[in-house]
Design a protein. Structure first.
Length: 610
């Protein structure tokens, strides 16, 4: 997807002679190739465990909002850990951004260096996701990179936390870290560390997480050198190229099996309903996906223009490209039907993504981008919808998007910041129901346990449950969204970047649409207030509650074809009411909860006649 020739040129003077060959399989036997590839993946897994276990914040420790990868000297990804796709997908772009900035400044990588980087216009997915880049040297030559990325809960923006939906430019949404050497030649840059800590509201937590990233990245670099020592430098390099070719070949073969043509999907993202600017009230997104031979071209030219003063713009390399790639790879190389295909640079070769400069999917600097999560997940959902035209048996109906919330306050003269993820839901599938209460598409993070929240912050989770009668009805129903209500036990503030309150997830193959989500302050009280899906730093008094309601995902297939026993099970699980079972699914239950087969046949016939 990105030509790495220029990247190679900028670092070539520091690297060993390139070992690229058209067929590395001629230089390495298949058994050794797979053994080395497996060892590389194990290194990434070790990096991930180390980062998760040594981090300070719940977003890394509990939610696993991080990524780890090893790259070669040309910034081509060799392998990655199993964590968050949106953290791992942009890692090559982060490294290319660092290389480009070094080239502009005339800087060099040196043994012992640690580089910190978060610029969305040089590869980062958004400013709160810091990358720690450790160059890997072998026999005094630069031969690769060990990289960790992670979300940090405060990054020195003009407002606390990282859920910011009203800010004017990239300078106001974070402290800018453009390929900054925080360790130079093994010596800590104390001035840089102090400057960063002084501009962050929770320095102990954030800088502790940076330390954890450094430790994990250094471990990856050390293990990579150990692998060179064990198998030989050339052998490891050829194994990496062989793995890339293997992944590329499998994806191309799958693409070739698809009918050529252009497949399209479009929809809207929740905008800013209170805005006086009509361009901000709703945001139009469209995906045109063209299959030709063994390649896929994804055109995003029909998406709306960027919003100069709203941070829902999406960094192209850091957010949009990983969102598209995730859906293509996971759909076309589904592990239920295919062997596990390594995620590496080879996966990117058959796919091209295009978006005009100045659009919401490829903004111009300094447009803000910190709230790019929900828009990017919507791009992923629309890519899935476009694929449903060509491989319906391997896709699902529309997904319920997430809500990302930042709760903050000051206690005993110190800031506290907590980030909560309201789970989404997956749409119904050809052979299965959708998945309830899960982080969707490129998120893949875990929810934070209630015990962890209440033991660390002045917050109480008063409700956490699945919604009833909110699924998209279908032969295979959509996943149920969640209700998560959080109460402040001391005064604070909340900001939310969410989606799905205005437009329900799409149904497919005769399935019903899902249901929209909601945000309600003080639900059930006389001063109950419905709020939009995007909130900016709203004050909350002690005792006030915020109810976060996730969308229900779309259904697959005619609801009247759903197995009555499955409907009965949903009723017993309080996911579907008896009334909805009768009205939508045509299933009648007796007083003892069993299916009345005769009444059900009669009711379904009546629904068919209508």
């Amino acid at each position: 997807m990105t030509d790495t020739a220029d990247t190679a040129a900028t670092v070539r003077e520091q690297t060993a002679p390139l070992l690229d060959v058209d067929d590395p399989g001629d230089r390495i036997d298949p058994v050794t190739s797979r053994v080395v590839a497996g060892s590389l993946t194990n290194i990434c897994d070790e990096m991930g465990h180390k980062l998760m276990r040594t981090s300070y914040s719940s977003i890394i420790r509990e939610s696993e909002d991080f990524g780890c990868a090893l790259l070669d000297e040309r910034a081509r990804q060799l392998c990655e850990t199993d964590s968050t796709p949106l953290q791992m997908g942009p890692i090559p772009a982060y490294v290319r951004g660092v290389i480009d900035l070094f080239a502009e400044r005339g800087q060099r990588f040196e043994p012992g260096d640690v580089v910190l980087h978060n610029d969305p216009y040089h590869g980062a997915t958004h400013a709160p996701d810091f990358a720690v880049v450790v160059p890997v040297f072998y026999e005094d030559e630069l031969t690769g990179f060990s990289v960790t990325t992670a979300h940090h809960l405060d990054v020195g923006a003009d407002k606390p936390g990282t859920c910011i939906i009203e800010t004017i430019d990239a300078y106001s949404e974070s402290i800018r870290l453009d390929a900054l050497k925080i360790v130079e030649g093994g010596e800590r840059n104390k001035t840089a560390w102090q400057l960063i800590a002084d501009n962050i509201r929770t320095p102990a937590m954030v800088m502790g997480d940076v330390e954890a990233q450094i430790s994990a990245a250094r471990a990856g670099a050390e293990r990579m050198v150990d692998l060179f020592e064990e198998h030989g430098h050339e052998t490891v390099k050829y194994a990496g190229q062989d793995a890339m070719n293997y992944s590329e070949e499998h994806l191309r073969r799958r693409i070739e099996s698809l009918p050529d043509g252009t497949y399209s999907a479009e929809g809207y993202l929740d905008g800013f309903p209170e805005s006086t600017d009509p361009d901000e009230k709703d945001v139009f997104l469209a995906v045109d996906l063209t299959v030709e031979g063994s390649s896929v071209d994804v055109d995003l030219s029909r998406c709306d223009d960027q919003l100069d003063n709203r941070p829902i713009n999406m960094p192209f390399e850091g957010t949009v490209v990983p969102a598209v790639l995730l859906v293509l790879r996971s759909t076309l190389l589904d592990t239920e039907e295919h062997d596990l295909i390594p995620q590496n640079h080879g996966i990117t070769r058959p796919v091209s993504v295009h978006a005009p400069k100045g659009s919401i999917v490829n903004p111009r600097f300094p447009a803000p981008t910190i709230a790019r999560f929900c828009p990017g997940n919507r791009i992923a959902d629309l890519t899935l919808k476009a694929l449903a035209e060509v491989v319906p048996e391997q896709t699902c109906a529309g997904t319920g998007n997430l809500k990302i919330s930042t709760f903050s306050g000051v206690t005993d003269d110190e800031y506290w910041v907590y980030m909560d993820i309201t789970s989404g839901s997956y749409g119904g599938r050809p052979g299965k129901d959708g998945i309830d209460a899960v982080d969707t598409l490129y998120a893949n993070t875990r929810n934070n346990p209630i015990e962890d929240i209440e033991s660390h912050y002045p917050l109480r989770v008063s409700t956490y449950e699945l919604r009833e009668d909110a699924e998209g009805a279908g032969r295979n129903r959509g996943g149920a969204g969640t209700i998560r209500e959080i109460e402040f036990t001391s005064p604070g503030r909340v900001s939310i970047e969410g989606d799905g309150n205005e437009y329900p997830p799409w149904g497919f193959a005769g399935g019903n649409e899902g249901t929209t989500g909601a945000i309600v302050r003080n639900a059930g009280d006389e001063n109950e207030e419905s709020l939009p899906s995007k909130l900016e730093n709203r004050p909350m008094a002690a005792g006030q509650r915020l109810r976060l309601v996730g969308p229900g995902a779309g259904g697959w297939g005619d609801p009247t074809e759903r197995d009555p026993e499955k409907v009965r099970a949903d009723v017993l699980d309080d996911l579907v009411s008896r009334e909805r079972a009768r009205e939508i699914y045509g299933v009648i239950l007796t007083d003892d909860g069993s299916v009345d087969e005769a009444a059900t046949r009669e009711r379904r016939q009546a629904l068919d006649d209508d």
